[in-house]
Structures are given as structure tokens and as C-alpha cells.
Design a protein. Structure first.
Ligand SMILES: Cc1ncc(COP(=O)(O)O)c(C=O)c1O
Ligand SMILES: N[C@@H](CCOP(=O)(O)O)C(=O)O
Length: 521
């Protein structure tokens, strides 16, 4: 049986004595014994315990787990109906295949917070910090470095990970100063990742659990999703790495070529369907209720357990100081809730004393949440999403609408929208200061521009913009913008190449003209 005792026991043992004093209760987790046992091995310069054999990092951890196989995790998690009334007793094991509550509502993964509270905030901060930047399986992953808060009961050997997470929290110094008069602006580059988007954070959790279910002989022949590009890329990569079949349903001609080729290259079974994302989502829900195909979209609350670690990571990267604002582009609306949940857990477990205000940013062409917010959260109505350069969030009927509303209402959150011109300009402005962001990040940056102009976000507010995908996946939109090939768009920040004859004089003339317009510094 999986043991997160071993996960606690096997972290840098030299920290254990100093961490011990942080434990709140007199309960002694059974793993402490194993800490002592493992400590007889030699420790490398980083305090990692090393094996005398030539095991790879997965084998090394499996061997360690075998030696602690009698240990049972003191932590646990289960599915419960999302936002259930206190008197609800409905719950499911994470080893069940279930996506909806009895009433048809969303589910949530509920952790045993009382067990986690046996350790105080300082303990968790130090434990998580001790795992960053190491190769130790599976903690080298930014997701699995928080394993006790994610999937505490999974066996380390069942985990399918690319050491995702630990993404760059980039100080957007020049962008902040030049365009916003801000000096504490940060971009969390979740898109600089294994498959180029934040979806890796959730997919490692979901595919790991599928790996476990298949080893338990549960009826899972493959894993499937509907996608606007990034979920399918992540699903196919993680499944390919574990040897699990993946099936992806894509809206024909509505995702970028770079995104389309990802599942193809990773060996997924790709269905290109003449509908939009909402149509694909409807199909995959029907398919997964008929066939032994496990649903990988964020309707499945397992995904959000991985995605929430990006919020924890932001706090960690600020040395556990809480930013004032976090701005997240929203489509199917799982991620905004995942951020809320990550921040909320850190507050509940004493790692920080407050949570940031969240802003969810939508494309004006696909803005059901924005309209709902403007209507005072009354009577949600899905919309027919129109085409947008932010194609991964072209979603009119988001599955996680209830989760998003809950998150935003509980953090005094805001919803903003961006027109096509605004999002493309914002993306180009960010790129002109050295970034290379995706159009969805352009949507989030537009929200920031608007809230700064309205005086809602102050120049000194510490603000994080979540960048959700790698800009290289969306090169064609940048090519269109910089060649001013977009109808009815001024493309104010375009920077097209200058065509010059292969002639020294002609080149010099052009260069002198260019340099003449520049100040010496
Ligand atoms: C690049 C990118 N940004 C933002 C989002 C929005 O995330 P969510 O669907 O969780 O709201 C998605 C997917 O929907 C995406 O692929
Ligand atoms: N942008 C997503 C849309 C589906 O979102 P999910 O989080 O519910 O899987 C994608 O890339 O497919």
C-alpha cells in the first residue's frame, strides 16, 4: 500500500530534529522510526540520502518504500460533493471512478485537514522548501513536492511525473515600469513546462491515479479528454510516458498547429470533430459514461489537486509572503478554483495568514463568467463562444462555473474581459520587453491594464499574472499581428521585418535611419 509516511520519512533527515518541534500534537506519526533507519545511509552534500546500489531514482524510492511497507499514511483524501452542506455524508474513495455527485453536481477532493494540522505551518513550509530543486523521486516535481496535500495515499512508484512545476516566477521589471508604473509585478510562467502549459500540473496527478487504478485492475482501458489544445497535449504526453492509451477530441480548425501536433506525436488517438470545444466536451462526457475511458478534463477534480500547487509555489517563491493580486485567464474555469484552493489550504494550515485577491480574465468573445459577474452573479447563462486569438479559452459553457463563482466570491475577486485588439496588443507589449507570452496571458495582462487604469490595483501592489501556455504554441497569431495581417486591427506594437536588397549601401541607409531614431543610451 502506498505510504506517505515514507514520503515524510524520506525527506532530508537532517532537518527532522529541527522540524520535530513544530509538530503540534503528541501524536507521533509512525514514519519517524523509518527516518532513523534511513539515516544510517550516507547523505550527499544536499542532505539527500544516497543508495549504495546503482538504482535509478524511481527504484531507489521503491526500495525505500519496500523497507517501510508496514507504514500507513497518516494523511488521506476523498471525493465529496463540491460545496456540500455540513450535514452531507456523501463521499467516495479516490479509487472509485466517479466524476459527479449523486445530485449531478461537481465533486471536490477533500483532504483530512485535522491530520495535516498535526503539523504547524512552519513545518510544512520547511518541508516543502527542503524538496525544491532536488532529483529525489518524486519530490523533484513541484507538484509531488507537496504530495501530502495532493494525493497522499498514492504509492511513489505509481506516480507518472516529468518533474513538472517549479516554474519561473519572473519579475516583469521592464514591462511593469514601462507600461504600468509598477515595480512589484511578476509573471508566473506556468507555460514553460514539459508540454508547454499549466495542464501538466494537473495531468501528472490524474494519470498517476489512472496508473494506480489500472494496477488495481479497475476498468480503465484508456484516458480521454475534449480539448482546445493544451489538455490534449498534456494528457497524451503523460499517457505515452506511462504506456496508457489516450483518446483526444478536438474541435476541427480551432486549435493551433503546434497544439494539434503534440497529441499526434505522442501517439494519442486523435478525433478532429466539426464542432466547438463545448460540443467536444458534451461528447466526451457521453463517451466516458459508456466506455471504460477515464475522463481527463477538469470536471474531474483530481486535476485541480495538481493545479493548486502553482498557488502554493507562488507563496513559496515569495518566501511565504502573500501577493496582493493574482490574475488568471479563465476558460473552462477549473484553474481559478485551483488557485483559490491552493491559497486557502496554505491559510488554513497556517503557512500564511491571508490569501490574495483573484482576478479571472476572459476573452470578450468567450465571456460567460464576465457577464455573470456583471449581472451580480445572478442566473448564469452559457454563451456561444466566438473565435478568439486566445483559442484555448474559447469556451462558452464552462464545466467549473460553480467552482469559479465560489472562489471569486470568497476572495473578493474580480472578473475582467479583453477584446481581441486589447489582448493582442498586451501580448505584443509583453513580448517587446523580453517575454514571449501566449494570447491567454495577453488576456490576463489586459485585465491588469484595466484594473491599474481604474485605480483598483495600485502601483505598489504586489501582483502576479499567471502565464498559462508557452508563446511558441501560438506563433501564428504573433506572425499575423506583426505582419499587420489582422482585419480591423491596428496592430500598434507590430515590428515587421524590413525588406532590403542585398546591397551594402541600401542596408546602411536603412540602418542609419533606424539608429537615427534611437537615443544614444
Ligand atoms: C493556455 C490556457 N490558458 C487558460 C486556460 C483556462 O483554464 P481553465 O479552463 O482552467 O479556466 C486554458 C484552458 O482552458 C488554457 O489552455
Ligand atoms: N484549455 C483547455 C480546455 C479544457 O479544459 P480542462 O481544464 O477542463 O481540461 C484545453 O487545453 O483543452
Amino acid at each position: 500500500m502506498a505510504s506517505s509516511c515514507s514520503s515524510l520519512s524520506s525527506f532530508n533527515w537532517t532537518h527532522q530534529n529541527s522540524l520535530h518541534r513544530h509538530r503540534r500534537s503528541s501524536v507521533t506519526p509512525r514514519n519517524d522510526r523509518h527516518v532513523i533507519i534511513s539515516s544510517v545511509k550516507t547523505a550527499d552534500g544536499n542532505g539527500n540520502v544516497t543508495s549504495p546500489t546503482n538504482d535509478n531514482i524511481r527504484d531507489e524510492e521503491a526500495r525505500r518504500n519496500r523497507s517501510t511497507s508496514s507504514a500507513v499514511s497518516p494523511f488521506s483524501a476523498r471525493y465529496v460533493p463540491f460545496n456540500a452542506p455540513a450535514e452531507s455524508t456523501e463521499s467516495y474513495s479516490l479509487d472509485e471512478i466517479v466524476y459527479r455527485s449523486k445530485s449531478g453536481g461537481l465533486l471536490d477532493v477533500e483532504h483530512d485537514l485535522e491530520a495535516l494540522k498535526h503539523y504547524d505551518g512552519a513545518y510544512w513550509r520547511k518541508l516543502f522548501d527542503s524538496r525544491v530543486g532536488k532529483t529525489k523521486w518524486p519530490y523533484g516535481s513541484g507538484v509531488w513536492s507537496k504530495k501530502e496535500w495532493v494525493l497522499p495515499q498514492i504509492h511513489d512508484d505509481d506516480i507518472v511525473s516529468t518533474f513538472e512545476g517549479n516554474s519561473n516566477l519572473f519579475w516583469a521589471e521592464r514591462f511593469g515600469k514601462k507600461f504600468l508604473q509598477m515595480n512589484d509585478l511578476w509573471v508566473k510562467h506556468c507555460g514553460i513546462s514539459h508540454t508547454g502549459s499549466f495542464k501538466d500540473l494537473g495531468m501528472t496527478v490524474l494519470v498517476s491515479q489512472v496508473n494506480r487504478l489500472r494496477k488495481m485492475n479497475k476498468p480503465v482501458v484508456g484516458v480521454g479528454c475534449a480539448s482546445t489544445g493544451d489538455t490534449s497535449a498534456a494528457l497524451s504526453a503523460y499517457c505515452a510516458s506511462a504506456g496508457i492509451p489516450s483518446i483526444v477530441i478536438l474541435p476541427a480548425n480551432k486549435i493551433s498547429m503546434a497544439q494539434l501536433v503534440q497529441p499526434i506525436a505522442n501517439g494519442a488517438f486523435v478525433l478532429s470533430i466539426d464542432t466547438d470545444f463545448d460540443g467536444c466536451m458534451k461528447l466526451i462526457k457521453e463517451i466516458t459514461s459508456e466506455l471504460p475511458i477515464y475522463l481527463a478534463n477538469s470536471l474531474n477534480s483530481l486535476r485541480l489537486e495538481g493545479q493548486k500547487t502553482a498557488a502554493i509555489e507562488i507563496l513559496q517563491q515569495f518566501n511565504w509572503e502573500v501577493p496582493d493580486w493574482v490574475i488568471v485567464p479563465g476558460g473552462n474555469l477549473g484553474n481559478i478554483y485551483a488557485f483559490y484552493k491552493g491559497f486557502k489550504m496554505c491559510k488554513e494550515l497556517g503557512l500564511v495568514d491571508r490569501i490574495p485577491r483573484l482576478v479571472c480574465a476572459q476573452a470578450a468573445n468567450a465571456n460567460p463568467l464576465y457577464l455573470h459577474y456583471k449581472a451580480g452573479w445572478k442566473d448564469f447563462k452559457p454563451v456561444k463562444a466566438s473565435s478568439t486569438f486566445a483559442s484555448a479559452i474559447q469556451i462558452g459553457d464552462p464545466v467549473s462555473i460553480d467552482r469559479a463563482v465560489y472562489a471569486l466570491r470568497n476572495c473578493d475577486g474580480i472578473v475582467e474581459e479583453a477584446t481581441e485588439e486589447e489582448l493582442m496588443d498586451a501580448m505584443a507589449q509583453a513580448d517587446s520587453t523580453g517575454m514571449f507570452v501566449c494570447p491567454h496571458t495577453g488576456v490576463a495582462l489586459t485585465a491588469l491594464f484595466k484594473l491599474r487604469n481604474q485605480g483598483v490595483i495600485a502601483p505598489t501592489d504586489r501582483t502576479v499574472v499567471v502565464s498559462t501556455a508557452h508563446g511558441l504554441k501560438f506563433s501564428q497569431s504573433k506572425i499575423d499581428y506583426h505582419s499587420k495581417a489582422i482585419p480591423d486591427m491596428a496592430c500598434r506594437f507590430s515590428n515587421p521585418p524590413v525588406e532590403v536588397n542585398a546591397d551594402f549601401g541600401a542596408v546602411m541607409d536603412v540602418l542609419k535611419g533606424y539608429l537615427g531614431n534611437k537615443a544614444l543610451n
